[in-house]
Design a protein. Sequence first.
Length: 213
Amino acid sequence: MALVPYEEAIAAMERRVAAIRSEEAEELVWLLEHPPLYTAGTSAEPSDLIEQRFPVYRTGRGGRHTYHGPGQRVAYTMLDLKRRQPDLRAYVHDLEEWLIRTLAAFNVVGERREGRVGIWVVNGGREEKIAAIGVRVRRWVSYHGISLNVEPDLSHFDGIVPCGIPDYGVTSLAALGLPVTMADVDVALRQAFEEVFACSTEQAEGIDPVANG
């Protein structure tokens, strides 16, 4: 799968969100990978950028700095929450549950942590972040979404304080010793998405609710 430039992805996502709001398009979850880059959310602090190794994009999602790059599965979730459940806290909880169930497919225990956004695992007695969440909602249509570390270069996270949390590490499925492919992860994401969001795999116009790009 080709890497999708960040600016192109954001533009495509915003067009889709506008179409969903105007009832001209169906919901969509878009699975992709980006070239190496950092993004700065609405709460980003300049001090969290330690070394600008890659391009930095300011973005409208919540949260602080994070890294995207090859080997990381990004999922942009464009959902009509007004039709589903207009509750932002419940939506974030569902995104967390989606990730937890996806990890469970590989016998990995993903956990929530009070006051720390994302999903965490305990690795050798140390808590490490394996998945990030950053969302925005406009007129109850969601966009941005989640990222799951499958096999990225974890040293690329060293240029930032990931999500503004300096005291914990970052890990991946590969770093946990799991030879999981991106295709394996996509299968698990699809199944867990349907379980958590109660969404059929059939939608109008033949659009799969989880589409690869």
